[in-house]
Design a protein around this ligand. Structure first.
Ligand code: TMO
Length: 319
């Protein structure tokens, strides 16, 4: 192997270094300080954290840090500058905490994703196919004792059981609603410890041939998989007990919002411009979740795969 080859290789390396320096040079305005991205406890949120982190590091030459964060307290953390962004503010679960932080100053509304959201109780379609609760998806079907008895579990005191998500997501919103609608004698609400426990319940109930009602949301991996949300009385502003209402209402047709720390938009103007443009559809977010919950990939691998398959989507967010 000759000197010529060595020189060629070195030349190649220099050219590569110059090209990569130029491709990041357009983002030189931003601070080298890592953008702190929160990580919560449902799949699309975690995958999207790595998707955004991947865009910032691999394509904008920036630094990021992933911060495990409480799903309600995170908005105050962003307001005071302990976390920089939030990429999935779900209206039903977190709208109130978001509003409180925004009104106190320091946290900015950074726009909505194209996807709309619904977070509510529902059931896999085989529950109705098996005749376990005629009348669904109307909530009034739940008034029937013949329905409730098909949802009894060993821990439910002879009542039908509904499985809510982790209590940090909505506190006692669902138990309050069940009582407010006069369903408390027939139904009891238990809380799952994790999102995975909800999916495990779907599998267990199907195997045991008993009915199941769980908390779920869209966009999610279940969007194309035969899951139906219960039609509760419509949501109206102020209908929830936390907002002074009687609680006899379902969840809103909600936004999926982004939020940022105000100072971060000044220290990281290019990242902030990218994040403002960033918007995903129901299908794109459902796919992020499906890589993990259906295909059993790690969140990091799911994000890499998503970025690889959706270059046209995210390149539009870059300048
Ligand atoms: C906030 N969540 C997507 C779990 O409803």
């Amino acid at each position: 192997m000759g000197e010529k080859y060595m020189i060629k290789t070195i030349k190649g390396l220099i050219v590569a270094a110059i090209i990569s320096a130029f491709s990041f040079a357009t983002y030189a305005a931003d601070s080298r300080k890592p953008t702190r991205i929160p990580v919560h406890n449902w799949s699309s949120q975690i995958v999207m954290a790595y998707v955004i982190g991947g865009i910032l590091t691999d394509h904008m030459g920036q630094n990021v840090e992933y911060v495990p964060a409480d799903t309600q307290a995170v908005y105050e953390s962003i307001r005071i500058g302990d976390v920089d962004i939030s990429h999935e503010v779900w209206q039903s679960a977190f709208g109130k905490s978001f509003d409180t932080a925004r009104d106190a100053g320091g946290l900015l509304d950074w726009g909505d994703h194209e996807a709309r959201t619904l977070e509510d109780m529902g059931y896999p379609n085989w529950v109705v196919d098996k005749g376990l609760c005629p009348g669904l998806p109307s909530w009034e079907a739940l008034k029937s004792a013949d329905c409730a008895k098909n949802f009894v579990t060993p821990d439910s005191d002879g009542k039908g059981r509904m499985l809510e998500g982790p209590q940090t997501w909505h506190g006692d919103l669902i138990p309050q609603r069940i009582d407010a609608l006069g369903l408390g004698d027939l139904w009891t609400v238990k809380f799952a410890g994790s999102a995975d426990a909800l999916w495990a319940e779907l599998a267990a109930a199907e195997k045991e041939g008993r009915g199941t009602i769980i908390f779920n949301w869209t966009p999610n991996f279940t969007d194309g998989a035969g899951f139906t949300f219960i039609d509760f009385p419509p949501y109206t502003d102020g209908c929830r007990p936390a907002d002074g209402g009687d609680g006899k209402c379902g969840s809103p047709d909600g936004y999926l919002k982004k939020a940022v720390n105000e100072n971060w938009t000044k220290s990281h103007p290019d990242a902030a411009a990218m994040f403002k443009k960033l918007s995903f559809t129901t299908g794109q977010i459902g796919a992020m979740a499906a890589y993990v919950d259906t295909d059993k990939m790690t969140h990091q691998d799911a994000a890499k795969e998503w970025l690889k398959k959706n270059k046209k989507v995210w390149k539009k967010f870059l300048k």
